[in-house]
Design a protein around this ligand. Structure first.
Ligand code: NAD
Length: 322
């Protein structure tokens, strides 16, 4: 059977980024097969909330599947014959990777290889997948550029680097084109509760203490989730033109100091944050700052959302929703 030119399979669709990407692709008249195992790494009710919104949409089909289950994965991919796969399902989180590395092996490595093997068998030739800025790890040359030597500092980053290497093998040997996205700290509405911005919003609301690591000196390149979904949609639409760029940084290209971020949140919410300064954490990066010139070159008209604007939208949706 021929691959269906309008059908895309997306894994991790009930996750934070997956939800936004799915909506964006549905807005652009693609037919989507969403897959998620709805795991409980964070509150599954949030995944349910996102899913309940997605399932109302035309052309969205869902199947609860774990990507480590190759048999079930094969069956659904064979049935729908997508022309492209977007892999966002993964065990995310840096700190948790020290506690439970097996989860990272299962989803990020076994699951990833399952997908690639199925693509090989079913002759599906296009893949977009999430890598991470964590692959840069200890790099000291800022801003991080796609062609730098990599040295991940934690298990999570190592699994993402392995994804990049594995996809190279399938490109060279089986002609499966893939684009790996090195995502830099994504934030936005329906955000992941284990990530920094949702966590501090919750703590400010409850009056709880906010631990600020590296005594507030850490810097992060925060990337708005709407920009990520726009870029992925652009990559899908222009896949054949851009597929030679196997790796792309997806980042705002601006570093924000964590204490400055807290001040902005206080101002927007109108409450004081209770801050406790702490030393650097194991496996953490002092700074993430990416170079996004490649993306800007590919999509010349693309404008990244200003951090203050993205933060306002996030607070409006996630903080003031109750
Ligand atoms: N959010 C960020 O800042 C960020 C930064 C860098 C990279 N990434 C990567 O982007 C992708 C999406 O991240 P996110 O922030 O949306 O995380 P998320 O945890 O919200 O989304 C991942 C989704 O995948 C599902 N999932 C996990 N393992 C699965 C499996 N084995 N089978 C099927 N479904 C599974 C989860 O239930 C979840 O809904 C991940 O690959 C993550 O590593 C995210």
């Amino acid at each position: 059977m021929k691959n269906n030119k309008k059908t895309i399979l997306i894994t991790g669709c009930n996750g934070f980024i997956g939800y936004h990407v799915a909506n964006k692709l549905l807005d652009n008249n693609f037919r989507l097969i969403g897959i998620d195992n709805n795991n409980s790494y964070y509150d599954p009710n949030l995944k349910k909330e996102r899913f309940n919104l997605l399932k109302k949409r035309k052309n969205f089909f869902f199947s609860k599947i774990d990507i480590k289950n190759k048999k079930k994965l094969f069956k659904i991919i064979k049935k729908f014959q997508p022309f492209l796969i977007i892999n966002l399902a993964a065990q995310a989180g840096v700190r948790y990777s020290f506690e439970n590395p097996q989860k990272y092996i299962d989803s990020n490595i076994t699951g990833f290889v399952n997908l690639m093997e199925i693509m090989k068998t079913l002759k599906i030739k296009r893949l977009i997948y999430a890598s991470s800025s964590s692959v840069y790890g200890d790099c000291k040359d800022f801003p991080f550029k796609e062609n730098m030597k990599l040295s991940p500092l934690n298990f999570y980053g190592q699994t993402k680097l392995l994804n990049e290497r594995i996809s190279d093998v399938y490109r060279k040997n089986f002609k499966i084109d893939s684009i790996g996205l090195r995502l830099f700290t994504v934030y936005g509405p329906y955000g992941r509760p284990d990530m920094y911005i949702p966590k501090i919003l919750d703590k400010i609301k409850k009056g709880n203490i906010i631990e600020v690591y590296n005594n507030g000196k850490n810097l992060r390149d925060f990337t708005y989730v709407g920009d990520v979904s726009d870029i992925i949609k652009n990559l899908v639409v222009n896949f054949n033109k851009v597929k030679k760029f196997n790796i792309l940084n997806i980042c705002n290209g601006k570093e924000i100091n964590i204490l400055k971020l807290l001040k902005m949140c206080e101002k927007k919410i109108g409450l004081r944050a209770k801050i406790l300064l702490k030393p650097m954490q194991r496996g953490d990066m002092f700074k993430t700052h990416g170079n996004n010139s490649l993306i800007k070159k590919l999509f010349k008209a693309f404008k990244f959302t200003k951090f203050e604007e993205g933060l306002s939208r996030t607070i409006k949706k996630d903080y003031f929703k109750y």
